[in-house]
Design a protein around this ligand. Structure first.
Ligand code: SF4
Length: 274
C-alpha cells in the first residue's frame, strides 16, 4: 500500500475557463494542469492507495514524477490535505497579480507624486477596510499581490496585512518603497514567514528632486529622501537573503526598459560614489 499527499505549500485551485491548477503558496507560482496530471494529483490526498492495480500505469508514473519533483510526499493513510489545500474553484476569471496601494500616506513629499503624498489625497483605508479587501482578493482567487502606496511600510498594521494575506494563501511578490523604512527588523520578520518579496525602491538621483520640488524646504527634504533610501538598499545588500529580495530597480527603468532618463539610473545594489 502507498498513500501520498500534496506537500503543505501546494494548493488545488481553479478559475473560470481554467479549472485545474496547482498553486505554490510559498512562491505564488501557478501551474495549469492537463486532465491526466490533475487526476493523478487529486489522488494524492492521503486517502487513496495509489499502488492499486486499478490505477492506470500512466497515472502512477505521473505520481512518481510528482514525488521526484517534490510536489508530493508519501504519508500515512488518512493524513489528508489541510482545508486550505483542498480544491477550490473561484467564480471569477484568473488574475495573475493585483497591484494594491494600501495607503496614500508617505514619509516623503515629492512634487511629482501622483498620490499627492503625504496627505493621502484619495483618503486612507481603515484596518477593517483593509482586511475586508484581503478577503475580497481571496474570494476572487487572487494568488499574488504587489504592495505599494504612498509608502506601504508607513502603515502600523503592515505586518498584520502581510499575515492576513498569507493566511489566505496570497503571495506577496513585490513591495514598492522609497527604502527609508526598509530595515533589518522588517526583512527578518518577512524571512521568519518564509517570504522574500522583491523590493522596488524609488531613487530619483542627485539633483533630480531639486528640479521638481516646489520650495526650498522641500528640496532639502527630498535630498534627505535620496539619502534616506540608502539604509534600505544597504540593508538589502548586507543580509544574506535570496537574490530576489536583493534586486533593486528604478521603477521607471522597470516599466520602460529603453528609457534613458538622466535622473533614473540603473540601481542593482551598488553603492554610488557621490
Ligand atoms: S516617495 Fe513615492 S509615494 Fe512618497 S511622496 Fe515620493 S513619489 Fe510619493
Amino acid at each position: 500500500m502507498m498513500f501520498c499527499r500534496l506537500k503543505d505549500n501546494f494548493l488545488l485551485r481553479g478559475w473560470e475557463r481554467l479549472p485545474y491548477a496547482l498553486v505554490n503558496s510559498q512562491t505564488g507560482g501557478v501551474s495549469f494542469l492537463n486532465a491526466e496530471t490533475w487526476d493523478a494529483l487529486t489522488l494524492c490526498d492521503g486517502t487513496v492507495d495509489v499502488s492499486l492495480p486499478v490505477i492506470p500505469a500512466k497515472i502512477r508514473s505521473i505520481i512518481a514524477e510528482a514525488e521526484r519533483q517534490g510536489l508530493i510526499e508519501k504519508c500515512e493513510s488518512g493524513h489528508g490535505l489541510t482545508e486550505i489545500q483542498k480544491y477550490r474553484k473561484y467564480p471569477a476569471r484568473y488574475i495573475k497579480q493585483a497591484h494594491w496601494s494600501i495607503t496614500g500616506r508617505c514619509n516623503y513629499r515629492c512634487k511629482h507624486c501622483f498620490m499627492s503624498a503625504p496627505s493621502a489625497k484619495f483618503g486612507e483605508m481603515t484596518h477593517a477596510q483593509i482586511m475586508d479587501i484581503v478577503n475580497q482578493l481571496a474570494d476572487c482567487g487572487v494568488m499574488n499581490v504587489s504592495l505599494t502606496g504612498g509608502e506601504p511600510l508607513i502603515r502600523d498594521d503592515f505586518m498584520e496585512i502581510v499575515d492576513a494575506l498569507l493566511e489566505c494563501g496570497i503571495h506577496i511578490r513585490t513591495i514598492y518603497s522609497n527604502g527609508a523604512l526598509v530595515n533589518e527588523k522588517l526583512l527578518r520578520e518577512l524571512d521568519a514567514r518564509n517570504i522574500h518579496p522583491e523590493f522596488n525602491m524609488s531613487y530619483d538621483g542627485k539633483g533630480w528632486h531639486g528640479r521638481t520640488a516646489r520650495r526650498k524646504a522641500l528640496v532639502t527634504r527630498n535630498q534627505r529622501s535620496r539619502r534616506g533610501s540608502r539604509p534600505g538598499i544597504c540593508t538589502l545588500q548586507g543580509l544574506r537573503l535570496p537574490n530576489r529580495s536583493r534586486d533593486v530597480h528604478s521603477p521607471a527603468q522597470q516599466t520602460h526598459p529603453q528609457r534613458k532618463h538622466p535622473a533614473h539610473g540603473q540601481l542593482r545594489c551598488q553603492k554610488r560614489k557621490d
